[in-house]
Ligand binder design. Structure first.
Ligand SMILES: NC(=O)C1=CN([C@@H]2O[C@H](COP(=O)(O)OP(=O)(O)OC[C@H]3O[C@@H](n4cnc5c(N)ncnc54)[C@H](O)[C@@H]3O)[C@@H](O)[C@H]2O)C=CC1
Ligand SMILES: O=C(O)[C@H]1O[C@H](OP(=O)(O)OP(=O)(O)OC[C@H]2O[C@@H](n3ccc(=O)[nH]c3=O)[C@H](O)[C@@H]2O)[C@H](O)[C@@H](O)[C@@H]1O
Length: 261
């Protein structure tokens, strides 16, 4: 929205988080610009990162589980309509396998001799540590269709990240492997929290201390100590949405047992 973009251009940014102010203030006007003139900037770009919101779908087939791709689809339509040169389109938002094919069709539909190389590059930012996650990622995933043109697009994106990320942290893989890796990582993290919460109930029933148990378990290097804080249940915007999306993808592929698990 224009008010939000105005806030990004002001001295009072609309998002709070450690390091955000510093990085925006040092880059803004140099190699970082906030603008509502989407068409002009999309037309000029060689690489477009699409990071629109993908909330859980509220109605229609599978309502409540799969993500709603209406924002992604309208972005794809806009890119297809106004592009006059080849572009690399990088998806930061999570897109289920079959739906991504529909987006690809939209992109390639009215592209008068323009070629689009679609890459998947999921985000692993967590609330409160976004800038640290951006500057020092555990890994960067880049998924593509494994075509020769796709490989050239991957190389372009790798060279961009290589400005600050060690190349051995940049993993290139199949398009769907990248998408599923993101959802699977969140599912495993959420599962750890659910597991320690279950242990917490047992500890309460037996007068054990769950933080002592978590500390002891975490000392096993195969288990590790992170994400073992027992709570009332995980919150945040993403675990629930991503797990429901993963369940839906399993159901669509006839994997009822996996979906139930
Ligand atoms: N926020 C995070 O830390 C992470 C987010 N993700 C994923 O990234 C995606 C985006 O998440 P958030 O940034 O949190 O969402 P958000 O809702 O904060 O931001 C999305 C922005 O896209 C804008 N937008 C929607 N349609 C547009 C269009 N056609 N043209 C221009 N702008 C448009 C919206 O106005 C909004 O400002 C989601 O798929 C989410 O699952 C993944 C990992 C971490
Ligand atoms: O897909 C996403 O968008 C993001 O989802 C999570 O990030 P986020 O939800 O922002 O925050 P987390 O710090 O992971 O916490 C999620 C929830 O789990 C809870 N939690 C976390 C850790 C823990 O030990 N115990 C616990 O209950 C937190 O309190 C919070 O409610 C992942 O950590 C990110 O890697 C991922 O990119």
């Amino acid at each position: 929205s224009s008010s939000r973009i105005a806030a990004w251009n002001s001295s009072s940014l609309p998002v709070f988080g450690p390091g955000i102010d510093d990085i925006v203030m040092s880059c803004r006007g140099r190699n970082l610009f906030f603008s509502t003139d989407v068409e002009k900037h999309v037309a000029n770009a060689d690489i477009i990162f699409v990071s629109v919101n993908t909330p859980s779908k509220r109605q229609g087939l599978g309502a409540g589980k799969p993500v709603d791709l209406m924002y992604w689809e309208s972005t794809a339509r806009l890119i297809a309509d106004i592009s006059t040169n080849d572009k690399i389109v990088v998806g930061k938002s999570i897109v289920p396998v079959k739906k991504a094919e529909a987006i690809e069709r939209i992109l390639t539909h009215n592209s008068n001799d323009v070629r689009f190389h679609i890459l998947s590059n999921p985000k692993f930012l967590a609330e409160g540590t976004a800038i640290n996650n951006l500057l020092h990622p555990d890994r960067v995933l880049i998924g593509d269709r494994s075509t020769p043109e796709g490989q050239a697009a991957v190389n372009t994106l790798v060279s961009l990240y290589a400005h600050w990320v060690p190349v051995d942290h940049i993993i290139s893989m199949g398009l769907w492997s990248a998408e599923i890796s993101k959802l699977a990582a969140n599912a495993f993290l959420a599962q750890r929290i659910s597991s320690i919460n279950a242990m917490s109930a047992l500890c309460e029933a037996t007068s054990a201390d769950v933080s002592e148990v978590a500390y002891a378990m975490g000392k096993d290097s195969r288990v590790g100590h992170r994400f073992l804080n027992a709570t009332v249940g995980y919150g945040g915007s993403y675990f629930r949405k991503d797990i429901l999306n993963l369940v839906y993808i399993c159901e669509c592929n006839g994997l009822t047992q996996v979906a139930n698990y």
